[in-house]
Design a protein around this ligand. Sequence first.
Ligand code: HMG
Ligand code: MG
Length: 304
Amino acid sequence: MNTLPTHVTLVDVGPRDGLQNEAQAVPTAAKIELVHRLQRAGLREIEVTSFVSPRWVPQMADNAEVMAGIQRQAGVRYSVLTPNMKGFEGALAAQADEVVIFAAASEAFSQRNINCSIAESIERFRPVAEAAHAAGMKVRAAVSCALGCPYQGEVAVSAVDDVVQRLLDIGSDHIGIADTIGVGTAGRVTTVMEQALKRVPLAELSGHFHDTYGQALTNIHACLALGIHTFDASVAGLGGCPYAKGATGNVATEDVVYLLHGLGIQTGVNLDQLVDAGAFISGVLGRKPVSRVANALLARRALT
Ligand code: HMG
Ligand code: MG
């Protein structure tokens, strides 16, 4: 039997991957408060915002203000998404600790999301990775549509493998395998991850699972069985991708923490405080958290 990891690192991408998809205006102060609440709950990696075109993603237009407004806590890594050098310059000025570059395993999605081919995107990311390293920043790379694409459907494992290698070739320190539209199931996830592990060290491979088809927790468990111990998740299950219509948010951080603690795996996260963070931002958005665990715990609190 496989031994599961004893500790898992969670990257909360809610402030970025979650909020980027909100049509309603979210006050900058609420975004800052969300980051504060996440770090108070014990998250040590937070994806705060993205330095993308405000015409493409208006919700992230306050990126610099959000970064400037955060009271940083020692030991927390604050990352931001950067699609090109212009984005990198914003990230540098905002003193981000880490930049996230994102290439797709599907040509169709690459065109819709960042308006260029996969090959062109890699060439745009090359100077970003170089400049980030020169500035002492870590470079995390996401591979979108690794389990399926909203435009082309099936995505071959070889296509994922190819993008992983190209991202490593330009100097990415970390590879995240992303199920952008949440269609993957555990067997396929295992196959994709086993292939990625031939190229990426275990400590630098992570999973990023949107939960559209309700498979994310099972997919995370499949990754744990391979020893993978870093996952993205989004508090209150916030989000989706503006260029993947119908896809829901990332798996809720609350649900992942509940699973991991149940397995005896440490996360450093205080579930009660995390539920508070999720309830806070859900209140700002005027809806309930998209997390079974958060809603169950909130209902139990209401009874006592
Ligand atoms: P483009 O229109 O081809 O860009 O967009 P361009 O280079 O031709 O420039 C056009 C204009 O945009 C210019 O302004 C640039 O200055 C400006 P103008 O001279 O016309 O006034 N511009 C920028 N402004 C601010 N920040 C920038 C920037 N770059 C150019 N960084 C571009 C290309 C990549 C910019 C655009 O397509 C874009 O911003 N896309 C971002 C899309 C996005 O954010 N998608 C969601 C995030 S990815 C995701 O969620 C997936 C992930 O979670 C993993 C998963 O689940 O799969 C990571
Ligand atoms: Mg995503």
